[in-house]
Design a protein around this ligand. Structure first.
Ligand SMILES: [Zn+2]
Length: 133
């Protein structure tokens, strides 16, 4: 896969995550993606880390979930003290990115049926009491 195609894949996978961050955390959030030393990197808030080394062979939902895992774990989000995204059911812990049935979702790991497609966090917030998947 050439670099332009990989970049398109990364952009497609990052987009839903960016939508969620901008809708619920920081409307000005920006992610810099660059290719350096044979590795795809991202940077935000002056901190960053790399994409998986096999990024070229990943599909969009897997990469979206991977990004949604790596970016909040990276130094970019060190200043964020609250759980994000907060579980709408329990309120006291963050949701975790997973791929379910081919869709990247924010999921609650407490066994209850909370799974919000990544990119749709804001829609769920606005219909607060409706926790159906
Ligand atoms: Zn929960």
């Amino acid at each position: 896969m050439d670099k332009a195609a990989t970049r398109a894949l990364i952009d497609a996978a990052v987009e839903p995550f960016l939508r969620d961050v901008r809708a619920t955390l920081d409307p000005l959030f920006h992610l810099d993606v660059k290719f350096d030393d044979d590795l795809w990197l991202f940077e935000a808030y002056g901190g960053g880390t790399s994409f998986p080394t096999n990024v070229e062979s990943m599909d969009v939902p897997s990469l979206t979930a991977e990004i949604a895992q790596r970016i909040p774990d990276s130094p970019a989000f060190d200043d964020l003290l609250d759980p994000w995204p907060r579980c709408p059911r329990h309120q006291d812990h963050p949701l975790y990115p997973e791929v379910r049935k081919g869709i990247a979702v924010w999921a609650c790991r407490r066994g209850e049926n909370v799974a919000i497609p990544i990119g749709e966090l804001a829609d769920v917030r606005s219909n607060s009491d409706d926790s159906a998947p």
